[in-house]
Design a protein around this ligand. Structure first.
Ligand SMILES: CC(=O)N[C@H]1[C@@H](OP(=O)(O)OP(=O)(O)OC[C@H]2O[C@@H](n3ccc(=O)[nH]c3=O)[C@H](O)[C@@H]2O)O[C@H](CO)[C@@H](O)[C@@H]1O
Length: 369
């Protein structure tokens, strides 16, 4: 199978595409891949280290206020579609898969114009702009939340979950916290704000640092690559240093390995993070971002809360005290965390990659008919 994958901008769109590639390779070791990403997105850091062929297009999102910028956006989009057509012609894919982000808009649209089968994957409970635009021309649509189905043309959307869930569930982790100078015999709380980090979570972490320093459990805080220096500086200004049980990192490259050894999570409610949390049955406290389309993070998180699999702390209620209280609940109340873990496992879809792969096969077969 020859597959073009496209998804960009943030980790939540990119990791599912890479996880799908892994599953395809398990079924079809001869499969060949080309990843088409944007110039600006973090895919430029994430995809090349995997060894997958990678091409970049220049695209940008629509701005709500500056109309001149939007003319440029359309110009770039049309140019990216033209470039995509050339890329598709040269690579001759059996299928083109879009996992969200502006770049996927151009690549998948080009494939649709060329009558190549296309599958789009919607990670969130509220469909993103790009996927809504591509839905009419898509051969099949894979969704990770049942509620998303109704937002797409009737009969096209299938519940498959998020392929990243299968990747994290399958991994045989050999990760040791000792690589970070921590211990493996203590439970570890992982705090991160999605793939980019979240200023609100980072500020609460700084307020909570003195309390975390005194806890019997370990705390690993991921600030986001662009926010690390600022967190370090603010801590230094306040004369607070992390104790032996606390580590602060800009980013974790090997998240599937690390998650397998994580006792509890505090994070944003990005869809891919949620898929990982539920695939592994990790108790979590979710702090949905208020700055996303259709408030989709709150909706993503709500499905877990409804199942008793996670708790929400709304961002306006987040500070050092509420963060420590939440962390203590997860790490010190074994009855609660065991129940959350069990419920999270029930919601998880660790076969999501296989399901999406089957959807690809049916899209290819449908186009041949
Ligand atoms: C602000 C914003 O627009 N966020 C969106 C974005 O989030 P974002 O890109 O943050 O995506 P998610 O939270 O869904 O996923 C983050 C991914 O990055 C990985 N990770 C994170 C930190 C780290 O140090 N290392 C690492 O590898 C996680 O394991 C996970 O695989 O895409 C998601 C999926 O469409 C959406 O649900 C989010 O609303």
């Amino acid at each position: 199978m020859r597959v073009i994958l496209s998804g960009g901008g943030t980790g939540g769109h990119i990791y599912p595409a890479l996880a799908l590639a892994e599953v395809i390779k398990q079924h079809d070791p001869e499969a060949e891949f080309l990843y088409v990403g944007s110039e600006r997105g973090v895919e430029a850091n994430i995809v090349p280290p995997t060894g997958m062929a990678f091409k970049q297009l220049k695209v940008q999102g629509f701005s709500r206020s500056l109309s001149l910028e939007n003319i440029q956006t359309v110009r770039l989009f049309l140019k990216a579609v033209k470039q995509s057509k050339k890329i598709i012609k040269a690579f001759k894919p059996d299928i083109v898969v879009g996992t969200g982000g502006y770049v996927a808009g151009a690549v998948v649209y080009a494939a649709q114009r060329m009558a190549i089968p296309t599958v789009i994957h919607e990670q969130n409970s509220v469909a993103g702009v790009t996927n809504k635009f591509l839905a009419r021309g898509a051969t099949k649509i894979g969704v990770a939340f049942t509620v998303a189905k109704a937002q797409f043309p009737a009969g096209k959307a299938v519940l498959v979950g998020n392929p990243r869930a299968q990747q994290v569930a399958q991994i045989k982790s050999t990760f040791s916290w000792q690589t970070l100078g921590l211990r493996d015999d203590k439970p570890t709380l992982l705090i991160f704000g999605g793939s980019q980090g979240a200023p609100a979570i980072n500020l609460a972490v700084i307020e909570a640092m003195n309390a975390f320093n005194q806890r019997a459990y370990q705390v690993v805080i991921v600030t986001g690559p662009k926010r690390y220096d600022n967190v370090r500086r603010l801590l230094q200004e306040q004369g607070i240093a992390p104790a032996d049980n606390v580590r602060i990192l800009p980013y974790i490259d090997n998240m599937p390995e690390v998650l397998a050894q994580t006792a509890a999570i505090v994070s944003r409610a990005g869809a891919t993070s949620i898929a990982e949390i539920t695939a592994l049955g990790i108790p979590s406290i979710l702090i949905p971002s208020l700055h996303v389309t259709g408030d989709h993070q709150t909706k993503n998180a709500q499905s877990l809360v409804d199942a008793g699999a996670a708790l929400i702390v709304p961002e306006p209620a987040l500070d050092g005290d509420t963060l420590v209280a939440a962390a203590d609940q997860l790490l010190l109340d074994a009855t609660l965390s065991d129940k959350m873990a069990a419920q999270a496992t029930k919601v998880g879809m660790p076969d999501a990659g296989d399901r999406l792969y089957q959807l690809l096969l049916s899209a290819i077969a449908e186009k041949k008919d």
